[in-house]
Design a protein around this ligand. Structure first.
Ligand code: ZN
Ligand code: ZN
Length: 73
């Protein structure tokens, strides 16, 4: 699946969530055991299949936020 799929409503952060880079940022959706979430990735991290290390709390918050991005029109 294209990781850019389903990110139409997702905001793009100021820096890459994984490496803090600022080049060619885009939101990507990642699956987690508790649900899909989105994060901002630079081109390199988006390509590299970076696995985010999130605490359960952070992951739950990102999942809730992403549900709002993806809310049906
Ligand atoms: Zn990056
Ligand atoms: Zn989102």
């Amino acid at each position: 699946m294209d990781p850019a799929e389903g990110t139409y409503g997702c905001p793009i952060g100021a820096v890459c969530f994984a490496c803090r880079g600022t080049e060619d940022l885009r939101p990507i959706v990642a699956a987690s055991p508790a649900g899909d979430l989105c994060w901002t990735a630079c081109a390199r991290c988006a390509r590299g299949g970076v696995v985010l290390r999130l605490t359960g709390y952070a992951a739950r918050r990102m999942i809730l936020e992403h549900r709002e991005h993806a809310a049906p029109l």
